[in-house]
Design a protein around this ligand. Sequence first.
Ligand code: HEM
Length: 494
Amino acid sequence: MHDDHPSAANGSADADGAPQTPGAADADRCPHPGEQDEPDRAAEPGADAGADGRAADEHPPERRPTDQRGVSRRAFGKAAVAIGGATALSACLDRFGHGAVPSGVEDPGTLPDGQHVWDEFLGLDDHDNRLSPRHHVVLLLDLTSEGVPSTEDRETVETALRSLERAYEWSSDGLLFTIGYAPRYFERFDADPDGVALPEPEPMAPFEDIEPDRPDAVLHLASDRPDVVMEAEEALFGEVDAANGRGMDATFEGVFARPDLDDTTVRRTGFVGEGLPADHTDVDGVPEDAPVDEESPLFMNFKSGFEKTQATESFVTIESGGFAGGTTQHLSKIRLNLQQWYEQDNRDQRVGKMFCPVHAEEDRVEGPGHNLGTDSGMDDACTEDVGESAREHGLVGHSQKMAADAREDDSPLMIRRDFDSTDDGHAGLHFLSVQQSIADFVETREAMNGTDLTDSSGVGQRLNNGILQYFSVQRRGNYLLPPRALRALPPADP
Ligand code: HEM
């Protein structure tokens, strides 16, 4: 059961209890949020060989940022994150300079107990919906040693993470991050994590053929600033000495092996937010002339993550057991195939399949859907009898299925923190969600499958069944995100 106590999300607030809203990022460093798509005649990131000795031509073609000059500043930043490494970082900094990034706290003990407590440190849109950080790196990490981690290794990991918290403000303007642990990590202790069911990932639909991810740990770095996620990654692995001008007190070197920069199964990158998908339609999986709206945060051209279609952080926080205050995370690697979405489906079909057919009928969605305000408008006409709606319209909406079948006390069961990607030169989406238990993820995904609708309506296993037809899931992983105090190589039974 979920107990929605606001106090569980104990992030810092000002004296009046008002949440801290991050200010606008400064304008003069590596590409920053909201900047115009102005042509940039600079060399591409990675054009010169640098500290890691990799020149742009050494990158496989699908990982080169672009072959043309005139790449936008926004595109430049995203491309640099995708390439990664010291060369791309220095190209980014050389081109855009070292503008100010807000510093972190002197005492990391003042940060929220939950690593996943990000909400009050995110930017807001015009309707006060929370905006995900624009740039993301996810690293799947393996420990270099066997067996139960040593106290020394634990201290090293904690010191390295505290260095990041002192270097960058805990916000989208600075850096937000989490570290989580996979079932494989807990095998070292011959025990399951106390009080948390953490299953190995499995296929979640009859048509799925996935590779399970089995690293020890997963690190998620997120910021509105591409240079910040890149620098934090480099600093953690000792490739640069300082983060935001502050020396690192320890690094992951010797404890975690550095993931190969070119291996997109272990180093995943992406972006979300207005302008970024529109800038990156030149990849496989999206028709070249796809009308991706400049205001759309995602390749599929709709806004996602309304205030009322996300669970609260207290709702997704583990309430009891050794890991109380933490949460669980699911991460899947999804390949998008948007040819038909853009070339055969019309606007009404897209609105119907993403939201609900009534939304299409009544023209409820303008552009990417910012007009909807703070929720997606799933009223009784959409959710009361989804089977009847599917029979009547011959299709069912993605949101519609889950709003009807995967809510508790009117709240979705998870917080979605997913983002688009061009890893592998292909449009994709890294679906990253946090929920109190992996069972909540499973319940949500089962609702999304809409299996019960396929016998009684024209809806197929994937055809006309929300957006299932437009993507395939390649890899899945389940993780425990311990509370901050236990994040560094925790025991199974703290
Ligand atoms: C290509 C992948 C996906 C895209 C582009 C996408 C996009 C969207 C959009 C635009 C909405 C409606 C706006 C909103 O309420 O935020 C939505 C709702 C939602 N999506 Fe997805 N989604 C994707 C995959 C998934 C997956 C894999 C899950 C989890 C199993 C999921 C869970 C949800 C939930 C829980 C809601 C809200 C339902 C409610 O209102 O109760 N989505 N998604």
